[in-house]
Every structure is written in structure tokens, then in C-alpha cells.
Ligand binder design. Structure first.
Ligand code: NDP
Length: 311
């Protein structure tokens, strides 16, 4: 079995795969062309087009992350080759930390204290009960469901939303357009952990943002395309004319790295992080990758990505 690996820490992945599969030939994508060609599997994150185009006998592609938007839009992706993506694989826990940090930031008024500190203003704000701080989670997949449960266990009422109906203990699960209309007006903080697909692009447009209550906050570690950026800026307003949204914690953007002249960088009520919410932890993900490879080789049915759905 020959596997070509492409990811920032490809050598670590090559060494871990070689150790787990001593009979396999594992090469990184910077190896010479003759070493790369004829691969059975690609294990990749943000692979360049040539890496997909040059292979002729692939049995499967393993996406070394949860989002497949980049892979599915790469020219040269062979249409018949099955794709599997990582499911949770340790990312749920990292994402839950990120989201919990964000929810607590707004819930405990840390955004207000940061502004007050700039003018040495000593003014405590009331702490409401957590039960009065409902959090909405859009996307209840492997990571979204994990995050929804973590928030619920932390004491926040959680409303979740997905394409199909779901059951998650302690979470009020909604779906479809009506479900979103029900969820948005109820939440104090909205978390978006949806994939980037034709159906989710700009799902939070001006109309949807206006459905959030006055003073609501947004946390987006899903994909930048989920939110209409200008509509978000309008809903936040500025120092002189605040809008109806209180603030946002954003990890993902339409263009990454976020261009230095993008107004989100300078907005006093926006926190920008550089797409770091939940990087793939090799130590947790390696077992899943091995089990995918073994299942492919055994001809077992795998939970493959549906390219027409986009996730
Ligand atoms: P999954 O594919 O497991 O789940 C996707 C979820 O989104 C499902 O619940 C699905 O509904 C729902 N969904 C998809 N399309 C729609 C729609 N049109 N309307 C309503 N719901 C929809 O993904 P993960 O949970 O593993 O990851 C989610 C996303 O998080 C990734 O695609 C990626 O973009 C992002 N991510 C970001 C990271 C970061 O560091 N910032 C790290 C990891 C992931 P259903 O269950 O009904 O199919």
C-alpha cells in the first residue's frame, strides 16, 4: 500500500503512519515525482491540484481535517474516488474549549471590562444566571454536537440546529428553516459550526442577523463564508452608532489570512483569531486514519463525504 501525505506537519504524519503500518510505503508530498506516483491513498489537508491530478490508481482520499470545502473545490479532484474526513478525532475537545472561552467572554462581560480598562474605569457588571443565557449552536455534526453537549454540561441552555432531526441529551434540537427562525430570536450567543456548502454560504445574512435579540454575540469557528461580512459589520455598528449586536469572536474568514486592511481587525467589539480553534491533533487522529485505511483495504463500507451535499 502506498500513501502520499500532504499537511503542514507531513513528516510527523509520515513517521506515525510508517510506525503503525510497517508494510506500507508512506511518502510526503515533497518527495520526488517518481516516489509519489502510483499511490493507493492520499492523506491530505489543503492539497495542491497537481497532487490530485497526477494520481491514476487511487482507492481513497483521507481528508486530514473536518472541513472538505477546500478539497472539493480543488481542480483535478478525481470524481469517482471515495473521500473520508476526520470525525471529531480530538477536534471536538479543542473546539469546545474555544467556544466555551468565547461564551464566557461575553457572559462574564470581559468585552466590557477590556473597554473600561482602557480608561481606568472600575465598574462591575451584574452576573445573570447561566440559565438566562441560552446559546445557539448551528451545526450538530461530529464537532458541533460535541460543543453543544459541552456547553450544556457547563450549565448553559443550548439550542442546536442541523439539516436533519437530531437527538442530543439536554439540547433542544431544531432543524430546517422553521427551526432556524425559532432558534435565532432566543439566543444570547450564537455559535456557527457549519460546513461551507452551497446551502450554508451567507446563511447569516442581514435578515438572519436581525432576528437575533438586541445585545446578542456571535462566535464563528465554522467557516467565513457562513456570515455576510458587511451585514455583520452593519449589525455591530461602530463606536458612535452601536448596532444591535454586542460583539463577535471570529476564527474563520472569507479570505485567509484576513487582509490587514479588513475593518474586522480594527473593530473594537470583534476578536479575531487566525483559524486556530481546532487544529487536527495527530495523536488523536492517527487511529482514525489507520482504521479508515484498514477499512478501505478490507472493502468495508465507510462514511464517505457526499460531494453533491458538500460535506
Ligand atoms: P460534520 O460534517 O460532522 O457536520 C456538519 C453539520 O452541519 C451537521 O450537523 C449537518 O446537518 C449540518 N449542516 C450542513 N449543512 C446544513 C444546512 N444546509 N442546514 C443546516 N445544517 C446543516 O462537520 P463537523 O461537525 O465535523 O465540522 C463542522 C465544520 O467546522 C467543518 O466543516 C469546518 O468548516 C469547521 N471546522 C473548523 C475548525 C477550525 O479550527 N476553525 C476545525 C474543525 C472544523 P446534518 O447532521 O443534518 O447532516
Amino acid at each position: 500500500m502506498k500513501i502520499v501525505v500532504h499537511i503542514d506537519n507531513a513528516q510527523e504524519w509520515r513517521d506515525a503512519l510508517t510506525q503503525a503500518l510497517p508494510n506500507a510505503t508512506v511518502v510526503t508530498s515533497d518527495a520526488a515525482e517518481e516516489e509519489r506516483l502510483g499511490a493507493d491513498y492520499l492523506a491530505v489537508w489543503k492539497a495542491p491540484a497537481h497532487l490530485l491530478k497526477e494520481q491514476t490508481k487511487l482507492k481513497g482520499i483521507i481528508n486530514l481535517g473536518a472541513g472538505v470545502d477546500h478539497l472539493l473545490s480543488t481542480p483535478g479532484l478525481p470524481p469517482q474516488v471515495p473521500i473520508v474526513k476526520l470525525r471529531d478525532a480530538g477536534m471536538g475537545d479543542l473546539m469546545a474549549d474555544y467556544v466555551l472561552y468565547g461564551v464566557l467572554h461575553f457572559y462574564r462581560s470581559m468585552d466590557r471590562y477590556a473597554v473600561q480598562q482602557a480608561s481606568a474605569r472600575w465598574q462591575p457588571h451584574n452576573v445573570v444566571e447561566k440559565t438566562d443565557w441560552p446559546v445557539g449552536v448551528l451545526g450538530l455534526g461530529a464537532i458541533g454536537a460535541y460543543v453543544a453537549s459541552a456547553l450544556q454540561q457547563a450549565g448553559f441552555p443550548v439550542l442546536g440546529w442541523s439539516r436533519s432531526p437530531k437527538t442530543i441529551k439536554g439540547v433542544k434540537c431544531l432543524y430546517g428553516d422553521d427551526g432556524l427562525d425559532t432558534l435565532l430570536p432566543q439566543v444570547k450567543t450564537l455559535v456557527t459550526i457549519l460546513p461551507d456548502t452551497a446551502a450554508t454560504r451567507h446563511i447569516l445574512d442581514a435578515k438572519r442577523l436581525a432576528q437575533l435579540p438586541e445585545g446578542a454575540s456571535i462566535i464563528n469557528p465554522g467557516r467565513g463564508s457562513l456570515i455576510d461580512e458587511q451585514a455583520l459589520l452593519d449589525a455591530l455598528g461602530d463606536y458612535h452608532k452601536p448596532g444591535h449586536l454586542r460583539g463577535a469572536l471570529l476564527d474563520v474568514f472569507h479570505h485567509e489570512p484576513l487582509p490587514s486592511d479588513n475593518p474586522l481587525w480594527q473593530h473594537s467589539r470583534v476578536m479575531v483569531t487566525p483559524h486556530m480553534a481546532a487544529p487536527t491533533p495527530l495523536s488523536d487522529a492517527i487511529d482514525q486514519v489507520i482504521s479508515y485505511l484498514n477499512a478501505f483495504e478490507a472493502g468495508e463500507t465507510l462514511p464517505t463525504v457526499n460531494p453533491s451535499q458538500g460535506y
